[in-house]
Design a binder for this molecule. Sequence first.
Ligand code: GTP
Ligand code: MG
Ligand code: NA
Length: 457
Amino acid sequence: ASRNFDVLRSPVICVLGHVDTGKTKMLDTIRRTNVQLGEAGGITQQIGATRVPAEALKERCRKARNFDPDSVKIPGFLIIDTPGHESFANLRSRGSSLCDVAILVVDIMHGLEPQTIESLKLLLKRGTPFVVALNKVDRLYGYESNPQKDIYQHLKAQSSNVQLEFKERYEKIVTEFAENSVNVALSNQNKNTDEYVSIVPTSAFLGDGIGNLLAYIVDYSQDKLAERLAFCTELDCTVMEVRSLPGLGTTVDVILLNGTLKRGDIIVLTGTEGPICSEIRDLLMPAPLREIRVKGDYEHYASIQGAQGVKVLAKGLDNVVAGLPLFVCRRSDELEVLKADAQKQLEKALTSIKKKPEGVYVQASTLGSLEALLEFLKSQKIPYSNVNIGPVHKKDVQKAAAMLDRNAEFACILAFDVPVDRDVQQFADRENVRIFQANIIYHLQDNFINYREELRL
Ligand code: GTP
Ligand code: MG
Ligand code: NA
């Protein structure tokens, strides 16, 4: 494997933070999309990825004073969006483990919140560099927005009341970070980025400060991470999500950090039932500035070089485990070694999906949300006997019906964000299998808790 210091790959940037701090809105403003508006319950429940090409970065960074667009050497950013809702700790952990740099979004009106601190701990544990976006500055009373300006110049032009409120809230948040052993400083005043984490004031909603934030990450990546970002031919590819899509079946979304994936490559992945070996049928990516988790027109590729977020199409991906490497077998004598490597990863993986002989049946559209549901069930001491990714079919109902003879309470399916056709529902009614369906995770959790309480009466 060779490293090429003249060719930098895109840094992978993970956006983390408490629920509703504005992570998705920030990406919407960068992309000029409206993904957040289309989310069920206004919350993110899947991990996502968006590539931001260098041209778009240059254009958006122009607003930051002293930023030289000609200095951009990286081909762009690959940005990973994560959910802030507490149920999705698995996806925050996965996103933060896949990235080179993180953006920790904090709501200036709320300060540090439980999932801010959870995210902070993940970053500190892994030593991942990060920048804090101090978001929703437009909510300072009397704030006047101007997304075209450098945020620091613009703050100086605000009324004295706005400046005072900013200072008070900022200082309170500095103290909260200090209580978590993190020193922070505004990015324009930070002389020592090894000791102090930079903060950039932003309005994800209106766009103020977003240029400063992106410019800071461009400079930081090129100055501090150049070695890490030197393109390497050795494959470094991790499964980010396993997703069932209409017409495509089970697909895997991978973060290809280094190396190249090609159509026809023989891949080896870890599956719950053992190593999976398959051939890449197609490689898909959304257009630039589009989100991989939003169903849309994907572009087809014969070959893709990292760093990119890629949807891999191949047969037999149903039992793939997320968060683990995808290997490519280049020579036939490698295959057994790679399978053994994939098998080794399995033990770690199986602890998160440990089934019981008696328990409920759980189905979800993605592995990430399935894992989140399983964590919830564990916390409630509710066992699960079977899991599946994708729409509910009659065979799922049949499997769930097997519980009627063992423990009728468990003869039910928890179906998150997956369709249940009318004939399947009718079949379930005849078989006495309850199907709980929801597209907001805490609704499903609440419905099931209510059902359990009813049974106890
Ligand atoms: P989760 O993914 O559910 O954790 O939330 P999130 O962090 O992605 O936040 P999201 O983008 O869903 O925004 C939450 C709410 O805050 C939405 O109603 C946004 O319109 C609003 N919001 C986000 N950023 C800003 C901001 O800068 N200013 C104001 N006033 N509102 C904002
Ligand atoms: Mg979101
Ligand atoms: Na939200």
